[in-house]
Design a binder for this molecule. Structure first.
Ligand SMILES: Cc1cc2nc3c(=O)[nH]c(=O)nc-3n(C[C@H](O)[C@H](O)[C@H](O)COP(=O)(O)OP(=O)(O)OC[C@H]3O[C@@H](n4cnc5c(N)ncnc54)[C@H](O)[C@@H]3O)c2cc1C
Length: 382
């Protein structure tokens, strides 16, 4: 995809203006844990729900490199907001990359405007990392699939209306992934919403469970119209999700750093600002180095994605490093802020609660290490 620097700067400037406006309300919205309807509407108007959807299908057609910078900026102010369009865009990417032309024309324009918003529904009560163990089944009856099962931890499922739904169309297949399929699944009869889950952080945005009870989908909603490729389609789109989560990691890590640079110049102990104590300087230096290194890894993964290259190792490295940077930086910011880091009057406690999700979502960091190591061996056979 063309990387147009001028249009990139225009959208980044627009995002900055939007963030200046919403920043003062974030702490209250977070504390209330309510869905930020108005802000979501503004994100819709900015076209963020179509950020990486091709212009041909009504999206902004941004490169993933630009998208990563947008996500970093937003996560630096409020990480939850990036989740509202992340899993929506993974759903869209699965259609854009693997759908038929007819599926793209039908769904992508509605996804791009945010008229139909949605998410990715992979995880089940018994499995998250081991997706080949999903139990939800889809059985073909005439021209329709009849789907039964349960999904949990699905972000945007209360406020979203459509899902990329991973199921088994052949539960006996070996290896199991050959019996898996991915569907475009709008809410309808037999789609039963469950509870909103209570979380440590990532407030405001809804994460919930739902159940499929003789829920029916027409054959035409099977992505690519071919059974047996569902896991591949979900994982292919998830590379975008990993770049998003990595960018969120940079956002949280740099927010923790920025707050610490400011606070350490204001707070004095033993007659001088704490930024003049070597222990604090070491924290700041390590935090800043992590942010810079994470940015380079994310841009490298995003560039590979934009070129259409296989990038699971690059996206895995970026996701692993940037999210661990968020974990470390938020913990160190808390130390630098002393008791105030523990106070809900400051943002640092939020970074500390938000960061662990990043190490879990879009494939845990343990899984990322496995992916990286497998690729290393594959690329270096003896
Ligand atoms: C706030 C939140 C939002 C989420 N949103 C979504 C969503 O929108 N859609 C969705 O589908 N899911 C979502 N998830 C689920 C998330 O993707 C899963 O939690 C994640 O994939 C891990 O799965 P699990 O929780 O079942 O952990 P498990 O798979 O049970 O893993 C438990 C532990 O074992 C480790 N482990 C597992 N297998 C291996 C192995 N082979 N080798 C070494 N270690 C291993 C894991 O890394 C982890 O540390 C969300 C989760 C959270 C917390």
């Amino acid at each position: 995809m063309e990387h147009d620097l001028e249009s990139e700067q225009m959208i980044l400037d627009a995002v900055d203006k939007f963030l200046v406006k919403i920043k003062p309300s974030v702490r209250q919205l977070e504390a209330d844990d309510e869905y930020p309807e108005e802000i979501v509407e503004q994100m819709k108007e900015m076209g963020l729900f179509g950020a990486v959807i091709d212009q041909e299908y009504g999206g902004l057609g941004l490169s993933v490199s630009t998208y990563a910078k947008i996500v970093e900026k937003i996560a630096c102010v409020w990480m939850s907001l990036t989740g509202v369009f992340n899993s929506h865009l993974i759903m869209a990417m699965s259609v854009q990359r693997f759908g038929t032309e007819q599926q793209k024309r039908k769904w992508l324009p509605k996804f791009a405007t945010g008229e139909v918003r949605g998410a990715l529904a992979l995880t089940e009560p018994n499995c998250g990392t081991d997706l080949q163990a999903v139990k939800t089944t889809a059985v073909l009856e005439g021209d329709e699939y009849v789907i039964n099962g349960a999904k949990t931890w699905i972000t945007n499922s209360l406020h979203g209306s459509c899902f990329a739904l991973l199921v088994k169309t052949d539960p006996t297949a070996k290896p199991a992934h050959k019996g898996m399929s991915l569907f475009i699944a709008p809410k309808g009869e037999g789609f039963v919403m469950g509870n909103k889950l209570k979380k440590l952080g990532y407030k405001g945005i809804d994460t919930a469970e739902f159940f499929l009870e003789d829920y029916r989908l027409p054959k035409e909603n099977l992505i690519s119209l071919e059974e047996g490729h569902g896991l591949q389609h979900a994982l292919g789109a998830l590379a975008l999700g990993r770049i998003n989560v990595a960018s969120r990691g940079i956002g949280v890590a740099s927010a923790a750093l920025n707050d610490s640079i400011e606070y350490s110049q204001q707070r004095k102990t033993f007659g001088k600002p704490i930024c003049q104590h070597q222990a604090i300087q070491f924290y700041l230096a390590d935090m800043a180095t992590r942010v810079e290194a994470a940015r380079l890894l994310v841009q490298s993964a995003a560039t590979a994605f934009d070129k259409g290259e296989r990038c699971d190792m690059e996206a895995g490295m970026a996701k692993l490093y940037a999210t661990e940077a968020a974990m470390s930086n938020s913990a160190e910011a808390l130390r630098i802020h002393g008791a105030y880091g523990y106070s809900t009057e400051f943002n640092v406690e939020r970074y500390y609660r938000d960061a662990p999700l990043l190490a879990i979502g879009e494939g845990t960091n343990e899984l990322q290490r496995i992916i990286i190591a497998k690729q290393l061996v594959e690329q270096n056979p003896i």
